[in-house]
Structures are given as structure tokens and as C-alpha cells.
Design a protein around this ligand. Structure first.
Ligand code: SAH
Ligand code: F3S
Length: 459
């Protein structure tokens, strides 16, 4: 059967979509390979959030057209996901060697389309239509191979799309309107994952706290998302639940309380702030103020002072003055994020912000990015330093990515811990280790594992 290479750009949702496509292709007998060199089919799953991500994928496709198609004209080249959705036909005009353009609601058609192209029954396929029910089609899992690195942790897509229309963001245009899956459907997928050895599940959506707002609604004072968390929490054998990302707007008290009530919910929260200036937040159409965000953080830390908080920040949004930027810096100082993604504002054509006055010159964006990143890194490092000498609970995921003779796990706050131990004994277990030193955003655990009796053997 043909070999398929899938390369993914962008966020965790893209990772998840690629995994589902890979699993569907594997089920049909295709082999997933790790480089393009022996591939009969190459699929790029693309990101449109920033120009740089689009340019990388376009550069890669140009390169593939030269290096692969020249010697093997029958190789199938495909572009999937956000850039495929965003550019459609124009992508083929720009890159004539592309055989397949597959939009964000069409991932599940990949196997049939690839087959048709390989057989030659169709020369080129472009499908970027919307498809009712597509939010429920990202459900197959590959669990990243077998053996040592078979997944202990998995992503589950609970919804698609976004209705917020932040003025800088292209996602509502590439991913469409918000649509949620049914609770039972999601729980069923999670249960199957647990049966296959998964112990940690991350629920994915653009704004997870908007999950099921229309389809499910509030019950017993609980939002649909909290109802979903409770249902997933009930799955026996699952150790940990995470989710990404919630939006500060509409982050209800029921979700804050969930951190207290649901022990499997990890003490970590990724809550995108984007800017610390109210003027900029308003122009971004974020729907909250810095005060509201700070109040939310305070409430969360009241529930759990050890909660690890991370965020996304954009610098250089149109109209951002030095004073606005200082407000972002101050906010970062006062919150002390465990880590943050700091992005340089990228003008996305078709978004309201791209037409706004006050576009910030590139040099200023670069300068603010460097200053904020430096401070975020220093502050984040402090949250890691605090753990040295402490005993922490980690979920053991498998061999360390950097050094396969060691094991790797994550704390509840999502920090990587590397330690020495026996894979068969600890994989998939929650164990306690003492942190003995700190690398750059990696913790090293004392080989003297304190809790040597595994909680639950992994069959
Ligand atoms: N709702 C998603 C956000 C998707 S985009 C979530 O909460 O995870 C991921 C991040 O990319 C955003 O939080 C934002 O910080 C950044 N981003 C989006 N559009 C951008 C743009 N035009 N320029 C720079 N960064 C952007
Ligand atoms: Fe984008 Fe804002 Fe939605 S960042 S994904 S429009 S919440």
C-alpha cells in the first residue's frame, strides 16, 4: 500500500486533525511515514493564523513540487486545513503541482480523495465547502505509533469554529461558525481511548467555555462545558483531564469551581489575554477588560494557589502605543504566567484589524516582542525554580524525547519532568518524584522515586 507523509503546521487542533486523517488512512491500509522521501502522498496540514506559518507551508510545497514531482510525477501533493480553506482555488493557481486542496470541514474525505487521485480517476480535487455535522468527524486516533511511545495522553476535539470574531483573527473565517459535538459522543471517544491505554485527555476547542451553549445549554446552574467535564471525569481509568482554550469572556464561576470539585482536572489553565491595555482589548473585540481578567486569575488562584497559568499575547496590534505595551508588561509582572506565547501581530487580509489605522512599524513590533519575551521567560523561570526541591506528582508518558534512556512525564501544571526509571513499570502511572534540578523549561526528577507503588497497573 502507498506511503503517506503528513506534515502539520500550527496549533494542537491541527495536530489532532492530522492524527485523525492519519488514523483514517491507516485503517485503509496506507503506511504513515516520517519523511517525504519515500512518500507516495504528501499532505501539508496548514495554519493561517500568522503570515509566517502560511509562507512556510507555501515554501515547503514549492520545494516538494521540485524535489518529488520531478522524479516521481505520480506523487500526490495535498494542502489541507486553514490555508486550504482560506485560499482555495488560488492556492492551485499559485502552486500548480498541488493535486488536493482540502478544507477544514473535509478532513474525513481525505482517504477517498487520495485514493481517487492515486488511481488517476480524478486529476485534481478542491473541496472547501461547508459540511453540516463535520464537527463530529474528527474522532479516529492513531495514538502515535505503538510500543514505547504509544500515547498516554490524547487530544479530543469537542467543537469546531468560533463566533467571537476578534478583529485580528482569521480562525472564524477558516474554521466557520461554532458547532459542538454531543456529550455522549465525546465521552464515548474518551472511553475508547482509556481502553487503549490513554490516561490523560485534553479537550480541544477554540473557546471551550462556549461548548454546547446553543445545543445543550445550562442545566442545574452548570454550563454545558462543565457538564461535559463532569461526564468525562466519570470515566474509570482516566487519571487526568485538561482543556484548551477557554476565553476570559464568559469564564463562569461553575468552571472555576470545577477545579475544586473535580480532582482529575489538572491544576493548569491556558487563558489567552492578548493585551493588558483596555483600549487595545476593545479594538481587538475581546469582550473583557484587564480588570475582569485579573479578577478571574485571582478567583482561580483562590481555588488553587498552585494553578499553573499560561497565556497568549500579541504585541504590535494596530494602535498599540508604548503606554499600551507597558500595561501588558505590567499585567505580566503582576500575574506571573508559568509561560506565554508572545506573538508579533500579523496582518491577515479580510480581518477588520488589517484595515485599521495605526499599523505598528515592524521594528517596533520586533523590539516589543523581544522585551516582553525576555520578561515572560524570566518570570516563567521563577515558577519552575520554585519546584526545585519539591515533591510533585507526574503522569509518566514514556521515554524522554531528548534522551531515550530516561523517562519523561508531566506535572499537573503541564511542566515536563525527566527522570530515570523503568518504562514497563511506570508508563501511564501517576507517581511522585522529587525535583532535583532545572534545565531550560525542563525539570529533572530525583531518581529516588518516593512513591514506588504504582497506583494502577497499566494492562
Ligand atoms: N481560540 C484559540 C486562538 C486561536 S489562534 C485559542 O484560544 O487557542 C492562537 C493564538 O494566535 C491567539 O490566541 C493569538 O494570540 C494568536 N493570533 C491570532 N491571530 C493573530 C494575528 N493576526 N497575529 C498574531 N497573532 C495572532
Ligand atoms: Fe480567534 Fe478570538 Fe476566536 S482569537 S479563535 S476569534 S476567540
Amino acid at each position: 500500500m502507498p506511503n503517506v507523509y503528513i506534515k502539520t503546521y500550527g496549533c494542537q487542533m491541527n495536530e489532532r486533525d492530522s492524527e485523525a486523517v492519519a488514523a483514517q488512512l491507516t485503517a485503509k491500509g496506507y503506511h504513515i511515514v516520517s519523511t517525504e522521501h519515500q512518500a507516495d502522498v504528501v499532505l501539508l496540514n496548514t495554519c493561517s493564523v500568522r503570515d509566517q506559518a502560511e509562507q512556510k507551508a507555501i515554501g515547503k510545497m514549492r520545494n516538494l513540487a521540485v524535489t518529488l514531482k520531478r522524479d516521481r510525477p505520480n506523487v500526490v501533493l495535498g494542502v489541507m486545513g486553514c490555508m486550504a480553506q482560506n485560499r482555495g482555488q488560488s492556492l492551485v493557481d499559485q502552486l500548480p503541482d498541488v493535486d488536493l486542496v482540502l478544507g477544514t470541514q473535509k478532513f474525513h474525505h481525505a482517504p477517498d480523495y487520495v485514493e481517487a487521485l492515486l488511481k488517476g480517476s480524478q486529476r485534481r480535487i478542491i473541496d472547501t465547502e461547508s459540511e453540516p455535522g463535520s464537527e463530529s468527524t474528527i474522532r479516529e486516533h492513531l495514538l502515535h505509533g505503538v510500543g514505547d511511545r504509544a500515547a498516554v495522553s490524547a487530544f479530543v476535539s469537542i467543537m469546531q469554529g468560533c463566533n467571537q470574531y476578534c478583529t485580528f483573527c482569521i480562525v472564524p473565517y477558516t474554521r466557520g461558525k461554532e458547532r459542538s459535538r454531543a456529550i455522549e459522543d465525546i465521552v464515548d471517544e474518551c472511553r475508547q481511548l482509556v481502553n487503549r491505554g490513554v490516561r490523560e485527555i485534553t479537550l480541544l476547542g477554540q473557546i471551550v467555555n462556549s461548548y454546547g451553549k446553543r445545543e445543550i445549554g445550562i442545566r442545574d446552574g452548570k454550563s454545558a462545558f462543565v457538564q461535559l467535564l463532569e461526564a468525562v471525569h466519570g470515566i474509570e481509568g482516566l487519571h487526568r483531564i485538561r482543556f484548551t482554550s477557554p476565553h476570559p469572556k464568559g469564564y463562569g464561576d461553575d468552571l472555576i469551581e470545577a477545579y475544586q470539585r473535580l480532582p482529575k482536572l489538572c491544576p493548569s489553565a491556558h487563558i489567552p489575554i492578548q493585551s493588558g491595555s483596555n483600549q487595545i482589548l476593545k479594538r481587538m473585540h475581546r469582550g473583557y477588560t484587564r480588570e475582569r481578567f485579573l479578577e478571574l486569575i485571582e478567583k482561580l488562584r483562590h481555588v488553587n494557589p498552585l494553578l499553573g497559568i499560561t497565556t497568549d499575547i500579541i504585541v504590535g496590534f494596530p494602535g498599540e502605543t508604548e503606554e499600551d505595551f507597558q500595561e501588558t508588561l505590567e499585567l505580566a509582572e503582576s500575574v506571573v504566567f508559568d509561560n506565554a506565547f508572545v506573538f508579533k501581530y500579523s496582518q491577515r487580509s479580510g480581518t477588520p484589524a488589517s484595515e485599521m489605522d495605526g499599523q505598528v512599524p515592524k521594528e517596533i513590533i520586533e523590539d516589543r516582542h523581544a522585551r516582553l519575551l525576555k520578561r515572560i521567560t524570566e518570570l516563567g523561570h521563577q515558577t519552575y525554580e520554585k519546584l526545585v526541591g519539591q515533591e510533585v506528582e507526574i503522569l509518566v508518558e514514556g521515554p524522554s524525547r531528548r534522551n531515550a534512556s530516561r523517562l519523561e512525564g508531566r506535572t499537573g501544571c503541564n511542566k515536563i519532568v525527566v527522570f530515570e526509571g523503568n518504562l514497563d513499570r511506570f508508563k501511564g502511572q501517576l507517581i511522585k518524584v522529587r525535583i532535583d534540578r532545572l534545565g531550560s523549561f525542563t525539570l529533572y526528577g530525583d531518581p529516588a522515586i518516593i512513591n514506588l507503588s504504582p497506583k494502577e497497573p497499566l494492562s
